[in-house]
Design a protein around this ligand. Structure first.
Ligand code: HEC
Ligand code: HEC
Ligand code: HEC
Length: 333
């Protein structure tokens, strides 16, 4: 019973709040683990339980077991797009099986047929209502939209984070208002582990060569810094050098950091894929969100990496939400 409760609670959590959080990772692992245990535990006594059950009880166990079987398949296949309908089948089967068994358990044994039907209908209505509520909360994260201020800033000093901001005169911001850890923008190859195509395309693209791995650009900035100093060149950094700008390395003359990997990272994958909100005023007016748990995704530790990859495989929704905010698809251009 406890196992079923754990599965119900973690399953509901996974459906309602998929996001890059520790709770989500824990829920994915617990749900899969408890699922395996439940199959082993209930599988043993199933023949006896079947014998002792009424027809409605049998229907409940049948739904639940087929849902569990689909769940086992999902552990193997994962729930990426091609397997989403299988995931839906898993949810519908297990939830209806549980509803049937639970409503039977609270029903009086000698209740009249009408009563049983009435309560069954009430239980089904409740589940549908809960599912609708859960779906509404699940969809509710789509708040990242492009919106522009009513009036443009009166001067450059009011753009982005303002003259006091760490990235001024670029209009770009971070969701924390502060800097971003050094290795955030330089780990594109880690994404390439799974997204081989995207990585291959990007590797030879202008986005890869936007920064000081581009000699025309390097010369332009060196010249600019010689003439007007370092700060104005940070404006260019908002579009060309995220790995330097957001880590604070662009506060020094570029000649001092030209040999660092950050100077050659270009516009890495997360430059675009961690843009959470922005306006379309130009000048690099966007906000970078450093996704929680990012260290997990790019860890060099084999165990941590395997854990991350397993969780992304089992349930990529949190990963999707971290790296593809709706505006990128819905409001492109
Ligand atoms: C462990 C393998 C793995 C790694 C590493 C990985 N991804 Fe993914 N990514 C996936 C899977 C699996 C999906 C879901 C695909 C699906 O549902 O069909 C996904 C989905 C996405 C999506 C959404 C695509 C869509 O169709 O909704 C984006 C964007 C993305 N990843 C970007 C990145 C970026 C950026 C990195 C590097 C920081 C990265 N990924 C690292 C496995 C990975
Ligand atoms: C608003 C974003 C943005 C800002 C700010 C910006 N650039 Fe660019 N830059 C671009 C884009 C986009 C391209 C590619 C244009 C193309 O290929 O048609 C580019 C191209 C270039 C190129 C040509 C690179 C090549 O290989 O062809 C140089 C050089 C360059 N920029 C220098 C600068 C300098 C210097 C600054 C600051 C004074 C700056 N950029 C500011 C977006 C920007
Ligand atoms: C210049 C910005 C930019 C960069 C850099 C970038 N992407 Fe994307 N990427 C996008 C946009 C925008 C989309 C959404 C396209 C759409 O579906 O309309 C996208 C889509 C995707 C998708 C979804 C699948 C698809 O083809 O629609 C994946 C996966 C992905 N990118 C991975 C990566 C990886 C891995 C890297 C680095 C090697 C990377 N991207 C670099 C902007 C970028």
């Amino acid at each position: 019973m406890i196992l079923l409760l754990i599965l119900l609670v973690t399953g509901a959590f996974l459906y309602v709040f998929p996001g890059p959080t520790v709770f989500f990772v824990a829920a994915v692992l617990i749900h899969a683990g408890a699922g395996c245990l439940a199959v082993a535990w209930f599988g043993r006594g199933m023949a006896r339980r079947w014998q002792a059950s009424t027809p409605s009880g049998r229907a409940g166990w049948l739904l639940l077991s087929s849902g569990a079987a689909v769940g086992m398949v999902l552990i193997y296949t994962g729930t990426t797009r091609p397997y989403q309908s299988l995931l839906l089948i898993h949810i519908v089967l297990t939830v209806s099986g549980l509803t049937l068994l639970a409503s039977r358990a609270v029903m009086h044994v000698h209740a009249s047929r009408m009563r049983v039907l009435g309560r069954g209908a009430a239980a089904a209505a409740l589940v549908v209502l809960l599912a609708a509520g859960a779906t509404a909360i699940r969809q509710n994260w789509r708040g990242f939209v492009i919106s522009n201020p009513e009036l443009p800033p009166r001067s450059m000093l009011e753009e982005g984070g303002g003259a006091g901001g760490p990235f001024f005169p670029s209009s770009s911001r971070t969701s924390t208002g502060g800097r971003v850890p050094v290795d955030f923008f330089t780990e594109s190859a880690q994404c390439g582990r799974c997204h081989e195509d995207a990585y291959a395309q990007w590797s030879s693209s202008a986005h890869h060569f936007s920064s000081f791995n581009n000699q025309w650009y390097r010369k332009s900035i060196e010249y600019m810094q010689d003439v007007v100093g370092v700060e104005p060149s940070k404006w260019c950094g908002g579009c060309h050098d995220p790995a330097l700008l957001f880590t604070g390395m662009m506060d020094r003359p570029i000649r001092e950091v030209i040999d660092e990997p950050e100077a050659h990272a270009g516009l890495g994958c997360v430059m675009c894929h961690s843009i959470a909100v922005h306006d379309s005023m130009g000048q690099g007016g966007y906000t970078i969100e450093y996704p929680p748990l990012y260290e997990l995704a790019t860890s060099d530790n084999a165990l941590v990496q395997a854990l991350h990859d397993f969780v992304v495989h089992l349930n990529p929704e949190a990963h999707r939400r971290a790296f593809l905010k709706p505006a990128m698809r819905d409001q492109a251009g």
